[in-house]
Design a protein around this ligand. Structure first.
Ligand SMILES: Cc1ncc(COP(=O)(O)O)c(C=O)c1O
Length: 228
């Protein structure tokens, strides 16, 4: 089996996992988007996934996103890049305006840095629902103030929330993110429309779909183990 065949087969399996979890939860499979996490994987792996019909790719490192987009954006059907990793303000220039969606906005300073690039940029806010000291993300209590801040933005919009759960049972964390989204979505704010819930990875995508994910971010099940 070639690498291209392997990736195509893995993608088909992941799509089927999403579809059967959606059906079991009474949701339309098309209401969940698959983001292929290509972090640390070569451009040829992204090409193979593109050939198998995958469009959206997630990257964790700003320069890697810039470099892969330089290599692949001339493809006939180019990737739609999503940025999902920690982002320092000095690296925003590699990402803003290039990513279809930045999933990992986690501070007012980062939001302002993205806005100052002057390019239209849809974003999600990364929330630390478990309050883990070691994880990035906004504390739920700070979310309303950050959402209010979008009113002053000309270029950046908020389209939803993102979560990286702690190890262990992710379900309560997924449910908490959804409850937070539902609560905040009832409040009308300029430049904020909380339709996306980015949650679920290789090991827990079914649980995330059951709990309302609209975007699942899957790396290992598509590309295999990442190089260290
Ligand atoms: C933010 C984020 N989402 C999703 C993934 C994909 O995880 P997995 O390989 O378990 O599918 C990664 C991997 O590093 C990640 O950093």
């Amino acid at each position: 089996m070639t690498r291209t065949e392997e990736i195509a087969g893995n993608l088909a399996k992941v799509r089927e996992r999403i579809a059967s979890a959606a059906r079991a939860a009474g949701r339309a499979p098309e209401s969940i988007r698959l983001l292929a996490v290509s972090k640390k994987m070569p451009a040829d792996d992204v090409r193979a996934a593109l050939a198998a019909g995958q469009r959206a790719f997630g990257e964790n490192y700003a320069q890697e996103l810039r470099d892969k987009s330089a290599l692949l954006d001339a493809e006939p059907a180019p990737p739609e890049w999503h940025f999902i990793g920690p982002l320092q303000s000095n690296k925003v220039k590699y990402v803003a305006g290039r990513a279809a969606l930045v999933h990992s906005v986690d501070s007012a300073a980062l939001l302002d840095a993205i806005e100052s690039r002057g390019a239209t940029q849809p974003c999600l806010l990364q929330v630390n629902v478990a309050g883990e000291a070691s994880k990035r993300g906004i504390a739920p209590a700070d979310l309303p103030a950050l959402l209010d801040r979008f009113a002053a933005m000309k270029h950046v919009r908020c389209e939803g929330l993102m979560l990286i759960p702690p190890r262990g049972d992710a379900r309560p964390h997924f449910a908490a993110l959804r409850a937070l989204r539902d609560h905040e979505a009832a409040i009308a704010r300029p430049n904020v429309e909380l339709r996306e819930l980015s949650m679920g990875m290789t090991d827990d995508l079914e649980v995330a779909v059951e709990e309302g994910a609209t975007i699942v971010r899957v790396g290992t099940a598509i590309f295999g183990a990442r190089p260290l």
